[in-house]
Design a protein around this ligand. Structure first.
Ligand code: ADP
Length: 438
């Protein structure tokens, strides 16, 4: 601090002394002093200008070399710059962490300014709404989401509920539904959260259909049974007629029993863990057990007039749940009995697949199934011939069960069918569940 006055004084005195040596006038020292002081002010101003220029545009690490008081000014400013830079870097890093967290969010996030321009959005939101997360920045959101329901929702400003709109992948017959929540924050800014609810909506629709279908399936036999009970209670019937009614009631009760049993099977399949590989079952045993049940059904429905051909197949053992695999094969065999006329041939067996997996097949030469029905056969309660299915005790759940069992064992259910020639239903199992035994 003391340096500046000393510098000024020194230059002033130096100027005065120099002038007194050179000049003869008595004003010469005074003029010299003035000149020295002016020189010092000039030098000081140049230093100040350099420091100012550095402060305005300078880089903290390229501070000008100064002496005296300016050295201290520069040093303090440099330290201040460093602290500020460190803080700015920290803030930037935190901001990037927050943005990375928002990017990782399973929900779409869009930040809107007070004029509804997009300030930032993550990839998920861009995917849901068809935005380009870079190109569409600062765009007015109303220009990008043109759904009138969304625009009304945005304009109304009441964001207590969410809204659902079509997502960018929505096509006729291919729904893509996005729910949007808006939260207000800061000064009129809005945070928009998006969620893909397509699967949720589809599951809800399936649940509704399922409940409606089950109710319908149970109500029909129940109506028949109640009708017969009323008749039996009110009319004096001959023994023979009474017996006939009771038989009809029994059939309807069996139908309900079958339905409940299939429903329980399905719910067990959905709720239980995937079968392990600890239990190994011989292919012959599986088929034999299933055949016993289906032969009995053929006896019941067509007096046993189906021709059974058990094709000679390689010896294998398969890993999985015996009861599930038997139930799946029985369903396929029973279908071959129920959906083909008496006298039809049913060929059953299994073959090795190129990848060392195995395929159990049930082939009939019945009426076959038209191609448009094939993709829907495993839907619950889907039937090609509704009345035939009912008459033969079908529940419409058999193939859904087969598909589930196959998938739980890592395989799949396959169908090939030609109208007028017959059908082949099969279950494949992956090599990890198959052991060939010579
Ligand atoms: P269902 O209890 O009605 O047999 P499934 O789910 O087992 O229900 O089968 C669905 C539909 O697939 C049946 O209603 C029937 O129309 C058709 N189907 C199944 N197997 C055969 C087959 N072997 N031949 C012809 N149609 C079949």
């Amino acid at each position: 601090m003391i340096r500046r006055p000393v510098e000024l004084l020194s230059l002033t005195l130096l100027g005065g002394w120099g002038a007194s040596l050179l000049g003869s006038s008595e004003w010469a020292p005074v003029m010299g002093c003035l000149l020295g002081a002016t020189l010092w002010i000039l030098i000081d101003n140049i230093r100040a200008a350099r420091v100012l220029a550095w402060l305005r545009h300078g880089n903290a690490s390229r501070a000008p070399t100064m002496s005296g008081v300016w050295e201290e000014v520069v040093e303090r400013a440099r330290k201040g710059f460093k602290v500020l830079n460190r803080k700015a870097r920290k803030s930037e890093a935190r901001l990037q962490e927050f943005l990375a967290a928002l990017q990782a969010s399973p929900n779409g996030v869009v930040m809107l300014d007070r004029n509804s321009h997009i300030e930032w959005c993550n990839f998920t939101a861009a995917q849901h709404l068809g935005f380009d997360s870079k190109r569409d920045l600062h765009q007015q959101i109303r220009n990008l989401i043109r759904d009138p329901a969304f625009i009304a929702f945005l304009n109304k400003g009441d964001y207590s509920k969410s809204i659902e709109i079509d997502g960018r992948d929505a096509l006729p017959g291919h729904p893509h539904r996005i729910s949007i929540y808006i939260h207000v924050y800061g000064k009129g800014r809005r945070l928009m959260l998006t969620r893909d609810v397509t699967a949720l909506e589809q599951a809800e629709a399936m649940r509704r259909d399922f409940v409606a279908n089950v109710s319908h399936e149970i109500r029909t036999p129940l109506t028949v049974v109640t009708g017969f009970i009323e008749t039996l209670l009110t009319l004096p019937l001959a023994d023979e007629e009474r017996e006939r009614y009771l038989r009809l009631m029994e059939a309807q009760a069996h139908r309900m029993q079958g339905l409940v049993s299939d429903l329980l099977t399905l719910s067990r399949l959905e709720g239980s863990p995937i079968p392990g590989s600890a239990e190994w079952v011989r292919g012959e045993d599986l088929l034999q057990q299933a055949l016993n049940e289906s032969r009995a059904l053929s006896d019941l429905l067509s007096g046993g007039q189906h021709e059974w051909v058990v094709v000679d197949s390689p010896s294998v053992e398969v890993a999985g749940s015996r009861s599930e695999l038997v139930s799946a094969l029985t369903n396929l065999l029973n279908n071959a009995v129920r959906h083909t006329p008496a006298g039809s041939q049913v060929r059953v067996g299994w073959r090795m697949l190129p990848d060392d997996g195995v395929e159990f097949y049930v082939e009939d030469n019945g009426p076959g199934i038209a191609a448009e029905h094939l993709p829907r056969l495993t839907e619950r309660f889907y039937r090609v011939d509704r009345s035939r299915s009912r008459e033969t005790g079908g529940t419409g759940l058999g193939l859904a069960i087969v598909k589930h069992v196959a998938q739980r064992h890592g395989g799949q259910m396959l169908v090939q069918s030609t109208v007028g020639r017959g059908s082949v239903f099969s279950i494949t199992l992956p090599p990890s569940r198959v052991l060939t035994t010579a």
